[in-house]
Design a protein around this ligand. Structure first.
Ligand SMILES: Nc1ncnc2c1ncn2[C@@H]1O[C@H](COP(=O)(O)OP(=O)(O)OP(=O)(O)O)[C@@H](O)[C@H]1O
Ligand SMILES: [Mg+2]
Length: 234
C-alpha cells in the first residue's frame, strides 16, 4: 500500500510557482528521497505533507486519507506525520529544558506515563537521562539533532519527513545520525521521505530518489541506478 500519494501537486507563493506538477507515491517501509537544485521545491513538498503549508492544488493522500487544501491536520494524521528540520537550533525552544521540550507533545496528545516515555525517547537516540535537564545551548549540534529526532518519534509516527537532517553537522556526526535514523526506521517500521543535497547520503539511505527540477519530478532512481551513480548530476 502506498503511504503517500501525490498527484499533480501545485504550490504557488504569489506569482511564483514553487511546485508546478509533482507526482509520486511512497510505499510503506520505503525511504524515498527528493534531490535537486536549491529552490526546486523540495522543502515546500515536505511542508505540504507535514500540514505546515496548507494552500495547494492537486491530490494528496496520506495514510489512506485524502487531504483537502486548507485543512488542518488533526487526530491520527497529526500523530503519524512528523518532521525533522535541518537546523535543530531553530526547532528547539532555547529557554526550555530538553525534558520540557519532549514532555509537551505528550501532554498535548493526552499521553500517560510521560516520565517513562521521555526517558525511553532519550535512550533510543543515544542520549543519557541527564540530558533532559539541559538546555539546547548546553548540547552539541549532533546531540541537539538527536533531541529533535527523539521528539519526532515520541508519538510513534508512521511517516517521518527529514529535511536535510544532517547537513548542519560534521561528517562523522552526520554518519552517526544517519545510522541512528536507519536503525530507528527498522525498529519502528517507519517510512521516510528524505531531502538531501548530498549524493552519498542519498545513496546510503534511499530505496528510491526522485530528481526534481522546475517544480516537477523529472526522474526516479532506484537502488541499482544509485549504485551506478546515476543520481550524481552536475
Ligand atoms: N514562504 C515562502 N514565500 C515565498 N516564496 C517561497 C516561500 N517558501 C519557498 N518559497 C520559494 O519557493 C521555491 C521553492 O522553495 P523550497 O524551499 O521548496 O526549495 P528547496 O528545493 O527546498 O531549496 P533548498 O535546497 O535551498 O532548501 C523557491 O523559489 C523559494 O524561494
Ligand atoms: Mg529546502
Amino acid at each position: 500500500m502506498a503511504l503517500v500519494e501525490v498527484r499533480q501537486l501545485q504550490v504557488a507563493f504569489g506569482e511564483k510557482t514553487a511546485v508546478s506538477a509533482a507526482s509520486f507515491a511512497i510505499e510503506k517501509g520505503e525511504t524515498f528521497s527528493l534531490i535537486g537544485e536549491s529552490g526546486c521545491g523540495k522543502s515546500t513538498i515536505l511542508r505540504v505533507l507535514a500540514g505546515l503549508h496548507r494552500q495547494w492544488r492537486g491530490e494528496v493522500t496520506l495514510l489512506g486519507e485524502q487531504l483537502s487544501s486548507g485543512e488542518r491536520f488533526t487526530g491520527a494524521l497529526r500523530r503519524n506525520v512528523q518532521m525533522v528540520f535541518q537546523d535543530p537550533w531553530a526547532s528547539l525552544h532555547p529557554n526550555h529544558t530538553i525534558s520540557r521540550t519532549l514532555t509537551e507533545p505528550l501532554k498535548i496528545h493526552g499521553e500517560t506515563q510521560i516520565t517513562q516515555t521521555v526517558a525511553d525517547a532519550l535512550q533510543q537516540v543515544g542520549l543519557s537521562a541527564d540530558a533532559g535537564q539541559r538546555y539546547p545551548h548546553q548540547l552539541s549540534g549532533g546531540q541537539r539533532q538527536r533531541v529533535a529526532i527523539a521528539r519526532a518519534l515520541l508519538l510513534r509516527p508512521q511517516l517521518l519527513l527529514l529535511d536535510e537532517p544532517t547537513s548542519a553537522l560534521d561528517m562523522s556526526v552526520q554518519a552517526e545520525i544517519l545510522n541512528l535514523l536507519n536503525r530507528l526506521k527498522q525498529q519502528h517500521g517507519m517510512t521516510y521521505l528524505l531531502v538531501s543535497h548530498d549524493a552519498d547520503v542519498i545513496a546510503h539511505m534511499s530505496d528510491r530518489a526522485a530528481f526534481m527540477a522546475h517544480g516537477q519530478i523529472q526522474r526516479v532512481f532506484d537502488r541499482e541506478a544509485m549504485q551506478h551513480g546515476e543520481h550524481r548530476m552536475g
